[in-house]
Design a protein around this ligand. Structure first.
Ligand SMILES: [Zn+2]
Length: 386
């Protein structure tokens, strides 16, 4: 996520805050200080309302951090890599490397978050019971934290992807059916349903109460349904790509150039004529490197005459390569998530192909045509399941 700032590091996990969080921080502090606290606890000074409002808002986000951290620690315990936790305007996100490998990993990594929130709620509630006779500022604060943690815990338990409850539902369906793809599609459909439901509820609230709570619901609903549909799309793509290999998508008629050509010659005789963005550098049969238009641009015009391709290229050991029988998903991952424009396919030190983003998309497109029913809609609706 761009626009984030690192605020710390815990258990090897970067803790980050997205700038949108600031608005929510102010909104929560304001909600506490202006309408909420004066209503329930009249007689404090203005400054006290704001102080408790700001402390309450800060502690709320400490609780959200604790919720996310519990997901991350459980994932780490199960051998996954966790990069960072980011707070943004709708809560927190844990960035993890790969997906959960089994239904039980998915279940525990997901369920531990809401359980942490509900556990925090119980702790704050007990503190509230003990401190009831004390200063009203302190009791107001712990009561609010108990209340808000119950809300976070229960909301996240709703059985709809991308919420934790949706992942729990997915894990259970996965365990029962043994089919992860089907479980993901079902749980994400429930997410789409919940998202549209919240949006409808929000619009009704805005119409009948003119309050801003409705706008908030519309926003959350929109976020949930769009996340649910992108999860489903990702799942469809994964299904289409699984069992396909790099050799099916790669082009074998890729452009090559010798290492002993000058950069100027490459530019004059090749690039301006065939407009390729990358040339595989080969000597005889052997793969030596890759030179792209960006590498050519890095050589100043006066130096192009006396610079060899071998000096300007990315050397073979630094080029990301794939074997022809690597899964196509791996190529897509490198291209989409890590931003590579092209990947060289190498077998026994020989360059045998080139895969570009367009090539991978083409395979997905064609696979979609060939599946008689779109995979994303191979649904479990009643009437279809004879
Ligand atoms: Zn969670």
């Amino acid at each position: 996520m761009s626009g984030t700032m690192r605020v710390g590091r815990l258990f090897g996990i970067d803790l980050k805050v997205h700038f949108s969080w600031i608005f929510v921080f102010i909104l929560v502090a304001w909600t506490l200080a202006v309408p909420f606290l004066p209503d329930g606890y009249p007689g404090w000074s203005e400054r006290q309302y704001w102080a408790i409002g700001i402390v309450g808002s800060l502690l709320l986000f400490v609780c959200v951090f604790a919720h996310e951290l519990s997901h991350s620690l459980e994932a780490l315990r199960r051998g996954r890599r966790v990069e960072s936790i980011t707070l943004f305007f709708l809560g927190g996100i844990s960035q993890m490397e790969e997906d959960n490998e089994s239904a039980s990993d998915e279940f525990w990594v997901s369920v531990v978050g809401p359980l942490t929130s509900l556990g925090l709620a119980v702790v704050f509630w007990l503190v509230y019971l003990v401190s009831r006779g004390g200063p009203s500022q302190a009791t107001a604060l712990v009561w609010y934290l108990a209340y808000v943690n119950v809300a976070i815990g229960l909301f996240n338990l709703m059985p709809a992807l991308p919420l934790d409850g949706g992942r729990v539902l997915k894990a259970l369906l996965w365990k029962v059916t043994g089919d992860e793809g089907r479980a993901t599609r079902a749980a994400s459909r429930s997410g789409t349903g919940l998202g549209f439901g919240l949006m409808a509820l929000g619009i009704m609230l805005v119409m009948f109460t003119q309050g801003i709570a409705g706008i908030w619901l519309v926003l959350i609903g929109w976020f949930i349904q769009s996340a649910a549909s992108s999860i489903r799309e990702q799942q469809t793509t994964d299904t289409l790509l699984s069992s396909r290999t790099v050799s099916e998508a790669m082009r074998t008629d890729f452009a090559t150039v010798g290492p002993g050509t000058t950069v100027q010659t490459l530019l004059d005789e090749r690039i301006v004529q065939d407009f390729e963005r990358a040339y595989v550098v080969v000597l005889g049969d052997t793969f030596r490197g890759l030179i792209t238009t960006a590498d050519v641009r890095n050589v100043g015009p006066p130096d192009r005459e006396k610079t060899w391709v071998s000096e300007a290229m990315i050397r073979s050991e630094d080029v990301v390569t794939l074997s022809p029988d690597a899964p196509l998903e791996e190529a897509l991952d490198l291209i989409v998530k890590r931003g590579f424009h092209q990947l060289v396919v190498v077998e026994d030190h020989r360059a045998v192909g080139l895969v570009t983003r367009g090539d991978v998309l083409r395979v997905i497109e064609v696979s979609r045509l060939l599946t008689s029913r779109p995979v994303g809609d191979a649904d479990e609706s009643p009437g279809n399941s004879q």
